[in-house]
Design a protein around this ligand. Structure first.
Ligand SMILES: Cc1cc2nc3c(=O)[nH]c(=O)nc-3n(C[C@H](O)[C@H](O)[C@H](O)COP(=O)(O)OP(=O)(O)OC[C@H]3O[C@@H](n4cnc5c(N)ncnc54)[C@H](O)[C@@H]3O)c2cc1C
Length: 406
């Protein structure tokens, strides 16, 4: 394709300096028309429907169940997957949609990432054809909501080797025992993917545990200072019986779990750009409206310096993510690519939301100006789906050939 000519023709119609659309280098133009339409419908929905109510939910730490049908109508659950009933729209638009969700609210982006990324991805990448037919269409329509249970109270970063939840073969099924922590959506999910270690062969396997299965109980974690809208639970598994047909048939070890994490890690790298971009856009608008010394604070050199540094961060992180998502669409994404994007995007996000808060002065800590919520939520995005250290070690191993994990 004559990419430059097509992009320049489109650029003439697009005001790239318009602050609500801070896509400074026009990355969105890489999408085909129907994907750009989808992106703008997500943007409109998030701005009109979610933004007005989200601070109230954040304050009260409640999940807006009434917003789920509207999110379902957008048709974005499992957007990149090409399994039964899934939209099959590709990784690049999927990433940009994750960014649009995060740009208005990182909690809603996380809810969708857990359901449409981690839970649907586990079934899509580790399930049999029959299992995909059984669950994916209803999950894509968001009639069934999913959760993903990997992390445990005593083991986070070291989960590959340290996962202690056990699975014991018992006739036609399995018996699960153990504890999970931080599991988003779990208390209301219809399906919870539980990763457990087979007592016989020592391998990590995935089990789809359906709502109300006896022996599975939840304690919703309280008093979080980030992503307060997301409901994270500790899960207690006490002799939970799961039929063999609910064991993910193509998940034969942690290397298969890692395939899921590789693609969802890209989703988190995009969420991080969204979080940074949301904070930047609120900050830009604020600096144009707020006057001190008789002038808008946007006219002061030191304020402009921060605004430009924020925009540079957002633009650079977007560029890295775009390229990695293109590799994903071409089937060439490696763990180290996703890890590099996650590290870079989250480090720059943390810096950006801090600067956004700074230019709002005292108002930066008031929820009504939104930026404070991005500052708090950034802390969770920074740590989940592999901390900065873990993702750095993945890239370090790839470039040196030396594993420095332990
Ligand atoms: C809001 C939120 C939502 C989440 N949702 C889910 C979910 O839905 N499902 C799920 O399964 N999990 C979920 N998680 C868990 C998340 O993936 C873990 O928090 C993450 O993997 C880090 O594990 P940890 O918190 O136990 O930290 P730890 O592993 O205890 O790490 C603590 C610190 O030690 C550092 N560290 C550890 N090992 C090394 C090393 N070898 N070298 C250098 N530094 C090291 C880490 O980088 C980190 O800075 C969620 C977490 C949060 C906060």
């Amino acid at each position: 394709m004559n990419y430059v000519a097509e992009v320049s023709a489109d650029l003439e119609d697009l005001d790239l300096t318009d602050s609500p659309f801070s896509d400074f280098l026009g990355f969105e133009l890489l999408l085909e028309d129907r994907d750009r339409e989808l992106l703008s419908s997500v943007r409109a929905h998030m701005t009109r429907v979610v933004e007005p109510v989200i601070n109230e939910h954040w304050t009260r730490a409640t999940f807006p169940h009434d917003l789920v049908p509207g999110l379902a109508e957008l048709g974005i659950a499992g957007l990149a997957y090409d399994g039964p009933g899934c939209p099959a729209r590709g990784a690049l638009v999927d990433g940009m949609v994750a960014m649009e969700l995060g740009r208005v609210d990182p909690s809603i982006a996380t809810f969708m990432g857990v359901h449409g990324g981690l839970a649907m991805g586990s079934i899509h990448l580790c399930g049999s054809e029959e299992q995909k037919e059984r669950w994916l269409p209803a999950m894509a329509r968001m009639e069934l909501i999913g959760a993903f249970g990997l992390t445990e109270p005593d083991t986070g970063s070291a989960i590959a080797g340290g996962l202690a939840t056990s699975a014991k073969r018992d006739g036609d099924g399995w018996v699960l025992n153990g504890e999970k922590k931080w599991i988003g959506n779990a208390d209301f999910a219809d399906l919870v993917i539980i990763w457990a270690r087979d007592e016989d062969d020592g391998e990590v396997k995935g089990f789809v545990v359906e709502k109300d299965t006896p022996g599975m109980t939840f304690d919703v974690q309280q008093d979080k200072i980030a992503l307060r809208v997301v409901q994270n639970s500790e899960i207690h598994l006490a002799d939970v019986h799961v039929p063999e047909e609910n064991r993910l048939q193509e998940g034969n070890g942690f290397h298969d779990t890692a395939q899921v994490l590789k693609v969802t890690r890209m989703g988190v790298a995009w969420q991080a750009v969204g979080c940074a971009r949301g904070a930047y856009e609120h900050a830009l608008r604020y600096t144009k409206a707020r006057e001190q010394f008789g002038k808008p604070i946007a006219s002061f050199q030191m304020v402009q310096d921060l605004l430009v540094k924020m925009l540079s961060n957002v633009t650079a992180a977007t560029a890295m993510n775009v390229r990695a998502s293109q590799l994903q669409d071409a089937g060439l994404l490696k763990d180290e690519h996703a890890s590099l994007c996650k590290v870079h995007a989250t480090v720059r996000m943390r810096e950006t939301v801090g600067w956004a808060r700074e230019v709002l002065g005292g108002n930066g800590i008031l929820l009504e100006h939104h930026v404070g919520r991005f500052v708090a939520d950034a802390e969770a995005i920074y740590s989940y789906e592999g901390t900065r250290e873990m993702n750095t070690l993945i890239v370090g191993r790839a470039i040196t050939g030396e594993s420095a994990f332990v």
